[in-house]
Design a protein around this ligand. Sequence first.
Ligand SMILES: *[C@@H]1O[C@H](CO)[C@@H](O)[C@H](O)[C@H]1NC(C)=O
Ligand SMILES: *[C@@H]1O[C@H](CO)[C@@H](O)[C@H](O)[C@H]1NC(C)=O
Ligand SMILES: *[C@@H]1O[C@H](CO)[C@@H](O)[C@H](O)[C@H]1NC(C)=O
Ligand SMILES: *[C@@H]1O[C@H](CO)[C@@H](O)[C@H](O)[C@H]1NC(C)=O
Ligand SMILES: *[C@@H]1O[C@H](CO)[C@@H](O)[C@H](O)[C@H]1NC(C)=O
Ligand SMILES: *[C@@H]1O[C@H](CO)[C@@H](O)[C@H](O)[C@H]1NC(C)=O
Ligand SMILES: *[C@@H]1O[C@H](CO)[C@@H](O)[C@H](O)[C@H]1NC(C)=O
Length: 496
Amino acid sequence: MAIQIILPFLLLQFLNFHELHAQISPNISLGTSITAGSSDSWRSLSDDFAFGFYSLPNNLYLVGIWFNKIPERTLVWSANRDSPAAAGSTVRLTFDGQLTLTHLNGSVELIYRGRRAALGFMGNDGNFVLRDDGSGVVWESFSSPTDTILPGQNLSGNQKLYSNANGTVDYSTGNFMLEMQYDGNLVLSAYHFSDPGYWYTRTLTTNVSLVFNNYTASMYLVNSTDLARVKDVDLEGCKKALTDDCDSLAASLVDSRCIKKRMPLLNARKSFSTKGRQALVKVPMKSSPEHKKKNDFDVRVFLRISVIVTATLAFCFGVSSIYYHPAPRSFIRRRRYSNANSIGINFQEFKYMELQKATNGFSKALGRGSSAKVYSGILSIKDMHIDIAVKVLEKSIEKDPSRVEEESEEDDLVLSDWVISCMAAGKLETVVGHDPEVLSDFERFERMALVGLWCIHPDAMFRPSMKKVTQMLEGTLEIGIPPSLSDQMSVSNYTY
Ligand SMILES: *[C@@H]1O[C@H](CO)[C@@H](O)[C@H](O)[C@H]1NC(C)=O
Ligand SMILES: *[C@@H]1O[C@H](CO)[C@@H](O)[C@H](O)[C@H]1NC(C)=O
Ligand SMILES: *[C@@H]1O[C@H](CO)[C@@H](O)[C@H](O)[C@H]1NC(C)=O
Ligand SMILES: *[C@@H]1O[C@H](CO)[C@@H](O)[C@H](O)[C@H]1NC(C)=O
Ligand SMILES: *[C@@H]1O[C@H](CO)[C@@H](O)[C@H](O)[C@H]1NC(C)=O
Ligand SMILES: *[C@@H]1O[C@H](CO)[C@@H](O)[C@H](O)[C@H]1NC(C)=O
Ligand SMILES: *[C@@H]1O[C@H](CO)[C@@H](O)[C@H](O)[C@H]1NC(C)=O
């Protein structure tokens, strides 16, 4: 991964400044421009950094800032990493105080558009700054970082670094993202794959910034004033604070403090320590023409649906992969989530006896497939009662001998595949048939179950982006039934 942290010793390279003083002016006046292919650049007084066209091997150029005094000029910022410009293009600080990139064909891209700048300045710290008449900063490259954070630079409220696609070979936006989230969590994720984060700091306090201290060369998180917390509010006040904040998805009310949360929502659970707390979760409003009368959203239904979706879908990874068939098979779809804890999901193994007890001796069946039955039950873990669904795989039960081979492979099918096949058969009710409350809001359940199935698809390529998930939940994006892995490997027919 190429999120680079450039240490300041590079800045301390010895050089005789005085010789250069005469020719370097870091002040860029309006009307100044640089042409791609020329050797011009706007250099900092120390000559450590330069702004201009950074040459790529294929005779294309990136408008960027690079370390200028080391032999291998290293790019630390770029304005057009995903669309390099051809030789002859120009970057200009225009007379009306905007920063533009003009392509050969005459089309103009605005790097900075806004309040009129009076002066550009290439700082010794690598920050290119546009100032107004009163020397106020109107724009700076530090506030729109690309893949690098420099000493003296901070990441705050929702700022992100994206890795390069391929080191110093391809500077376009890569697969990994470091985000300083509004909720205080610093998260590394493979964002293309709807990854909620493979590393995070869990620093969910107030508006937190990642600081790269230019004196100590250390990096740390600081929190200051309240952005994510609203003090002295009641439930209504917390609800309002949440509704007014487009960036928050949920909130919890703890002792009159309303703590707002953003995605990803991690480790939400009920325990002793959450006693007396209230949680608020935003859900999409129905805005379709066939408006239902039932406008008031029942949070209990939502939570129950969530529990059922979670129980149903999480257990496809949990129970069915660790439970019945420990014997090795040629056809293995059971994945090992050895780093499950690091992504905030805790799997636990259960003994057959425990599950037998939890399901009251497998007494209450939810439904059955051709080779398996699913039972409902309640697990007691640390004084919590959790609804579960347990799939019990049976040995070959088909009468048709020509299908036996296939059927025994089906023993390995995971529960999500069962849900998918229920859906495909138009019989999703089977999954929640025992719960009238869910059935009463079935459309919503169906949508959420579909989103859940896409998100946990065993093939990461099928998993939707967070943006798509939002659209799916809002109902603005049509959702199809995800392909199940077994569809590609054998024909599975379920009968009910
Ligand atoms: C750059 O401009 C500022 C503000 O106009 C001025 O104070 C400063 O002396 C200039 N620096 C150089 C090196 O020209
Ligand atoms: C001009 O060229 C740029 C860069 O090649 C391209 O992105 C842009 O679409 C072109 N504009 C027109 C109007 O052709
Ligand atoms: C970065 O954060 C530190 C500590 O909060 C602050 O002193 C400094 O001014 C910030 N730097 C920038 C460029 O915002
Ligand atoms: C990255 O670039 C190197 C050198 O050109 C190349 O060998 C390698 O295959 C590239 N990697 C990817 C993932 O494109
Ligand atoms: C650190 O940053 C501050 C503010 O940008 C600057 O005044 C100071 O000279 C920098 N110190 C070093 C050692 O670079
Ligand atoms: C900053 O974070 C610390 C540690 O989590 C916390 O104790 C403190 O209350 C926070 N400060 C503010 C102003 O919220
Ligand atoms: C925290 O949030 C407040 C209110 O939005 C803002 O004024 C302040 O600059 C933020 N602090 C940091 C360090 O981002």
